[in-house]
Ligand binder design. Structure first.
Ligand code: MG
Length: 369
């Protein structure tokens, strides 16, 4: 007998950051993330969990209030559908609501959690297996003065990180100095990504990037659009990782065909869930693109989904997931993965293996049943 979605709960949890976080050369300052957490209950009592948490309202064309509004459209349509048929669930969501991948991501994630619980397997088994015990994480370093960013890289190193994602951008001269300061402090076996978060025009990006001659360095999302990043890629030897401008599979195809990037950053919330992220992951493996696989700004719930997809990906294609959970004051759930010396270690529990903190969830914003 087919399993059916009986009830969908929608919860909102505020995730204040330990410290305000500055990206894109200071253009964006984030104090908190609003996380929308979804529960999906089946008619035989299995509950799956999902989360979507855009990183503030100006980082991507996404914000938490829109998730709640979008679920008004999607919730009633999904009732009675089989959550184990995740391809069909995605198809139905796309027919019902065009675009808005971040809204659909939480639903898709909860369905994968249910599929894991039904099949009695951890999520990574369903996504390809476990290629390693651990998933390397990147220590994220907020945009600041060169002195403070070097100091924060040292703090991250003490926590065990060996890869760092430094948020830069803005003024070219300052960035030239900042980049050299950080590279000079990098240890032999460490890697460093300079993430400009769309801050530069192509000529600015080319100026900064062409001053770097170090194989351990990557640059992420130097400019706003794919077309601008293409101009940069044609005039610099530095490898580029694309992040904010990859929303759809078509974006990825175009980026690959144009030879713009060495790799991409797959944020599960940005691309519409685990199902769509997995398609991108498989394409990257087949065509030789490297990946960061991570959550947009979410807590350990969406972080766990990213860690499972990453651990199910062959090591040679993996870079390092940025660890947004470390930025938050609040821990939304038990389980998922443990943190050890800059690595995430997913548990072997079925599904995503997470148990949200019910006291933190409080009353649902909406129930569809
Ligand atoms: Mg990025």
């Amino acid at each position: 007998m087919a399993v059916k979605i009986k009830k969908i709960g929608v919860y909102k949890v505020e995730l204040p950051l330990n410290k305000s976080f500055r990206v894109s050369g200071g253009r964006l300052l984030i104090h908190k993330t609003d996380s929308i957490i979804i529960s999906i209950e089946t008619d035989d009592g299995i509950v799956g969990w999902g989360e979507s948490a855009p990183f503030g309202s100006a980082y991507l064309p996404a914000f938490a209030g829109a998730i709640v509004a979008g679920l008004v459209e999607l919730g009633p349509v999904l009732l009675g559908e089989n959550p184990l048929c995740i391809g069909q669930i995605n198809h139905l969501m796309d027919l019902t609501l065009a675009g808005h991948p971040y809204i659909k991501s939480a639903i898709d994630m909860a369905c994968w959690d249910i599929l894991g619980k039904y099949s009695q397997q951890p999520l990574y088994v369903l996504l390809g297996g476990r290629f390693s015990e651990n998933v390397a994480l990147a220590g994220v370093i907020s945009n600041d003065t060169a002195e403070k960013m070097v100091a924060n890289m040292k703090v991250a190193r003490e926590k065990g990180y060996r890869t760092f994602s430094a948020k830069i951008g803005g003024n070219v001269q300052k960035n030239l100095e900042l980049v050299q300061s950080m590279i000079s402090e990098l240890e032999e076996d460490e890697k460093l990504t300079f993430d400009a978060n769309r801050s530069w025009l192509p000529r600015q990006a080319i100026q900064v990037m062409n001053a770097v001659e170090d194989a351990r360095i990557l640059f992420e999302q130097p400019c706003e659009t794919l077309a601008q990043c293409k101009i940069v890629s044609q005039s610099t030897h530095c490898p580029i990782i694309l992040d904010e401008c990859i929303h759809t599979f078509q974006d990825l195809l175009w980026a690959k065909e144009e030879g713009i990037a060495e790799g991409i950053n797959i944020k599960i919330g940005r691309v519409g869930g685990i199902t769509k992220a997995r398609k991108m992951r498989d394409y990257c493996v087949e065509t030789g693109l490297c990946m960061n696989i991570e959550t947009t700004g979410g807590s350990i719930i969406s972080g766990t989904a990213a860690v499972h997809l990453a651990v199910a990906t062959p090591l040679r294609y993996r870079l390092a997931n940025s660890d947004s959970t470390e930025l938050h004051k609040v821990i939304t759930a038990k389980g998922g993965y443990t943190f050890e010396k800059g690595n995430a270690i997913p548990t072997t529990a079925v599904g995503m293996g997470i148990e949200p903190d019910k006291l933190l969830l409080k009353e649902p914003l909406a129930i569809y049943c």
